[in-house]
Write a protein that binds this ligand. Structure first.
Ligand SMILES: Cc1cc2nc3c(=O)[nH]c(=O)nc-3n(C[C@H](O)[C@H](O)[C@H](O)COP(=O)(O)O)c2cc1C
Length: 395
């Protein structure tokens, strides 16, 4: 039910509002997806292939309990914000996500490529999990993580699935490194077509900014996003021994994000992960990789009780969350849904997205006769055969 004019009742509506509010290149940068967008589309479509198995006249619980915990942190619903770099869709960026997730009673991932310093984010919501890619030397990465911990982050996420894909069939948006006069002139038509976006920035005292403060070396100014990205591309991908090294240096919950195969899930656990996230980077990596939820059951079976399993990719409604949790995910992370809410309404828009998902989870629980998200079981859903098989590894 819509309670105010600004309130939206679906993630689809948040996306429509984001599209109307954001300059086209910025909207497309969020939409992203690699090459033909096969994986991007499959992430969403696969949830539609999972059906529910609702009982009739079960003991319908009067109140449902959505609470759970993830990475040592209690959360009010099994949904957290996924780490997403440079959130220039709104002037408050990750601080707005912190406000929205705090108000929703949940946690957020904070990308090392975030546009706001970790301390500003944790000051608003202490439930912050800092995320790194393998974007620097071992020592620099650990120092980066420790700086985030000193700023209040309580868990570390290392993201493994990014292979610098190129070539989107629909063309990549051109985002300038710096908003100098030349860049402003080039972007003027897109910006002027969406005056609300620019006015928001001017009201907050500046222009869209793509610096990434959490990767600054001590005593040095924060680099720009593209400079940091270029540095990252020059770093060789990690081996499992590197992940084990980082894990040994980090005292606290440790999530390996980007797992699709059961053999890799076991390797992550062997490296010391306390959690793994089944993820294909929201379809932004190797196109043709199946939806993350297709890989979930086999990863859950491989990991057993030895680690928490999370999932991200394609979550657009509360029913998707319930399907993932029924299949064994402790919680899910949302990327685009959160960004659309942020673009559509700042902190209130983020809160609104979490509220949409909360209401959807609650009504699916009611229909399934479950009083808690922790009571969901695989029998609550009906799976096509390829989901159960998962992605077989070599061993
Ligand atoms: C614009 C954009 C930027 C992202 N940046 C990061 C990042 O910095 N670190 C990371 O681990 N994942 C990043 N991701 C991936 C998300 O954390 C998440 O895996 C993905 O968005 C989930 O799919 P969904 O958007 O369908 O929810 C990014 C995703 C998008 C769309």
């Amino acid at each position: 039910m819509a309670s105010t004019r600004d309130w939206f009742e679906s993630v689809a509506e948040a996306r429509r509002r984001a599209r109307r509010r954001l300059p086209r290149p910025v909207f497309l940068a969020i939409e992203a997806g690699a090459e033909a967008g096969v994986t991007l589309a499959d992430n969403v479509a696969a949830f539609g292939e999972i059906r529910f198995a609702p009982p009739r006249l079960a003991d319908l619980p009067p109140v449902r309990d959505l609470r759970t915990s993830v990475l040592g942190t209690d959360i009010a619903l099994p949904v957290i914000a996924s780490p997403v770099g440079a959130q220039a869709v709104h002037p408050l960026g990750e601080v707005a996500v912190a406000m929205g997730t705090r108000d929703a009673g949940t946690a957020m991932g904070l990308s090392e490529f975030a546009s706001r310093p970790a301390a500003e984010v944790t000051a608003v919501n202490p439930r912050v999990f800092f995320q790194v890619h393998w974007s620097a030397s071992r020592d620099v990465l650990l120092a980066r993580a420790e700086a985030a911990r000193a700023a209040g982050a309580t868990a570390l996420i290392v993201t493994l699935d990014w292979s610098f894909p190129n070539g989107r069939d629909w063309g990549s948006p051109v985002i300038p490194e710096r908003l100098d006069f030349k860049a402003l002139a080039r972007l003027a038509p897109a910006g002027l077509a969406r005056p609300g976006y620019l006015l928001d920035w001017l009201r907050h005292g500046g222009l869209p900014d793509l610096t990434v403060p959490n990767v600054a070396l001590p005593g040095r100014p924060a680099p720009g996003f593209f400079a940091a990205y270029r540095d990252w591309m020059a770093v060789p991908p990690p081996a499992w021994a590197d992940i084990a090294w980082l894990r040994a240096g980090w005292d606290g919950p440790f999530l390996v994000k980007g797992i699709m195969r059961p053999d890799d899930a076991r390797r992550a656990v062997d490296a010391g992960a306390t959690a793994v996230s089944v993820s294909n980077h929201g379809g932004n990596n190797l196109d043709g990789t199946p939806a993350s939820v297709r890989a979930l059951p086999a990863v859950v079976a491989a990991v057993g009780d030895s680690a928490e399993v999370l999932l991200d990719g394609g979550i657009r409604r509360g029913a998707d969350v319930v399907k993932a949790v029924a299949l064994g995910a402790r919680a899910v992370m949302i990327g685009r849904a959160c960004l659309w809410g942020l673009a559509a309404g700042g902190p209130a828009g983020v809160r609104n997205v979490f509220e949409v998902l909360r209401a959807g989870v609650d009504s699916a629980l009611l229909a399934l006769g479950r009083s808690s998200v922790r009571d969901l079981v695989p029998a609550d859903v009906i799976l096509p055969a390829d989901f159960a098989r998962g992605l077989a590894g070599p061993d």
